[in-house]
Design a protein around this ligand. Sequence first.
Ligand code: TYM
Length: 338
Amino acid sequence: MKTRVLTGITTTGTPHLGNYVGAIRPAVAASRRDDVDAFYFMADYHALIKSDDPARIERSRLEIAATWLAAGLDPNKVTFYRQSDIPEIPELTWFLTCVTAKGLLNRAHAYKASVDKNTEAGEDPDAGVTAGLYMYPVLMAADILVFNANKVPVGRDQIQHIEMARDIAQRFNHIYGRGHDFFVLPEVVIEEQVATLPGLDGRKMSKSYDNTIPLFAGGQKHLRDSIMRIVTDSRLPGEAKDPDSSSLFTIFRAFASEAESTAFRQALVDGLGWGEAKQVLFERLEVEIAPMRESYDALMARPAVIEEILQEGAKKARAIAVPKVAELRDAIGLRSGT
Ligand code: TYM
């Protein structure tokens, strides 16, 4: 039996280095293994929670699809689709909503962060919080459970969501299973080396912090300019640098071999200037990114090709999702014609 591996990216922005090393690169590597059956998707239902700008969502969806393909994903081997092409996902979301404790969702990091921010500002704790944000973890559980995914490779920020998906699956199995497990309990997969890639300012690289380094957008020049903007301390050339407190070094390590990282670490300790260090980082990134950028640009120029691939992917995904949801409908008392 093959291991089902599944992951998604929310279509609200331009793919950045964090998405690439935290999710795309490990997921593409996993998809090449013969014992893996991979499901990768553009989370555009999730995007609606964060953005009410249709043009931005459409653009981001295209960029993310082109990024997956440019990073080497083979759509003939992987089930590669757009979340919103699978209407069984929101249907399952509702089934899961009805077995999910409200208290579980109260503990979700993204929801709690909004409540804490409002409370600190002396406002109504739920000001500006939509029911969509609150339900985010249930939609994500449906993404994973509808395909009975065994493994979910993600960055560290998503661990809690996978744990919640396990809780929700267990609860559903317990209520309706009577000895039969409808859902497999998914396991999180974290690339320890790069679990959280820092951004320009040293905080987690994130669209919400506006500190991202885009993977392809803006081309080589933009990549170089962004790297030059990474915040460093004020130590001058010749002064020893501390690699472990430098996001520049952390990003380098996520792209380099053990031997290259050891050499770069030593150069920093020996006093390499930050300007030169940034140039070294840029050149190392380019070795991996430049060839992919060429395919990315070619794909972005042919959106119809991407669309065709996604339509095929939706067919493959629905071949699994439709019977799964039909089985669940029967189990919960929604059998038609009775
Ligand atoms: P999203 O779109 O925020 O991020 C996509 C993936 O990139 C990872 N990531 C990072 N990894 C390392 N360092 C960083 N700085 C960094 N920033 C982002 C994220 O951890 C994620 O793996 N809810 C998800 C999308 C989603 C999903 C799913 C994922 C929807 N349904 C089902 C897995 C399974 C999200 O918003 O990811």
